[in-house]
Design a protein around this ligand. Structure first.
Ligand SMILES: [Zn+2]
Length: 271
């Protein structure tokens, strides 16, 4: 079902506006660069709690709160319509893990070709865009993902309907990984990114055991807000224990719930 929630909706909405406000401050600071002050942290910019809404009416956001906008949803491939990704570009679907081994299956979606007409073909080198506003939560290189980037988007920045689809709590975030980029992402952990911002180019980095033709692999997981991941790696002889632990934390631990990225793309197709 997924409709019964163990928390009060009013509380959720209140939290939404409060947290979204602090995220918006972060994003505005990152885009404008107008402020001479250092970028504020989430903790520092969280507005003070205000009085609860009157119980006699539906809680309405104040004018200040309504200025906060949710994240748009952008195509991960620059110049390519998000609405046609599933129909014209998908080369490998999401396959959930089979049985007890959580490493099996295909944990994301692959896009390698545009098959929609005479202008179709490889998308090698196409700029990869962040699909959502968010914060860099992880990045690095390994055999499985090649050069990868993980961007965290708190569910408070996403439509409530989408959070329902993910069965996500108000204090959770959507973590989206972009893999096989041509080069290391030019960012650092904690950098704030905007929807549509270019984060790399479609490539075939990583072991040829896991990638062949250049393609974009996107992967989504849900976890507690604010998680930051150190570089993760696995399956090669040179990986460290720390890299292995971080890889398993992302891939198979209970800290993250693997989700089908199709959920987000299908949501953009709603009327
Ligand atoms: Zn893939």
């Amino acid at each position: 079902m997924g409709m019964q929630k163990g928390y009060d909706l009013r509380q959720v909405r209140r939290q939404y506006y409060l947290i979204a406000g602090s995220i918006a401050v972060l994003l505005l600071g990152a885009c404008g660069g107008r402020s001479p002050e250092p970028a504020p942290t989430l903790e520092a910019t969280a507005p003070p709690a205000t009085a609860a809404p009157t119980p006699t009416s539906e809680p309405q956001p104040t004018p200040t709160e309504t200025a906060i906008t949710q994240s748009p949803i952008c195509s991960p491939l620059a110049g390519h319509e998000i609405a046609t990704l599933l129909s014209l570009y998908l080369t490998q679907p999401f396959i959930p893990p089979q049985g007890a081994n959580k490493e099996t299956g295909h944990h994301g979606l692959d896009f390698a070709y545009y098959s929609g007409g005479p202008t179709g073909g490889h998308i090698n080198g196409t700029p990869i865009q962040s699909m959502l506003d968010g914060v860099v939560a992880g990045m690095g290189y390994n055999a499985v993902y090649g050069y990868y980037l993980i961007i965290e988007t708190p569910f408070v920045l996403l439509p409530a309907e989408l959070a329902e689809h993910y069965e996500a709590g108000a204090d959770e975030s959507l973590y989206m990984l972009y893999g096989h980029m041509q080069a290391a992402a030019p960012f650092a952990i904690g950098d704030v990114l905007a929807c549509g911002q270019v984060v790399g180019q479609v490539g075939d980095s990583g072991s040829q055991q896991f990638t062949s033709d250049p393609h974009l692999h996107i992967e989504t997981r849900v976890g507690a807000a604010g998680v930051r991941l150190a570089e993760m790696a696995y399956y090669t002889a040179d990986v460290t224990e720390a890299q292995t632990a971080e890889y398993l934390r992302w891939r198979t631990s209970d800290e993250f719930r693997l989700m089908d990225p199709t959920i987000l793309l299908v949501y953009t197709l709603r009327e």
